[in-house]
Design a protein around this ligand. Structure first.
Ligand SMILES: [Zn+2]
Length: 58
């Protein structure tokens, strides 16, 4: 099943409508780490834990 992360759910204050989709949890987490840097955020273990919690099945 495809995985999806809505940036606005990880970081509601960002007002970002970016959506990450991938075929696996690993794939969306990898893309999320790249996207975090676009926000000037480091993909720390704490941030990635929040991202992982926001993964939804599509
Ligand atoms: Zn974003």
């Amino acid at each position: 099943m495809a995985k999806v992360i809505y940036c606005s759910k990880v970081n509601p204050s960002s007002d970002c409508d970016h959506v990450i989709r991938g075929d696996s949890e690993e794939e969306v987490l990898r893309q999320a780490a790249v996207h975090a840097k676009e926000h000037g955020l480091q993909p720390t273990p704490e941030l990635m834990a929040a991202v992982r919690a926001a993964i939804e099945d599509e």
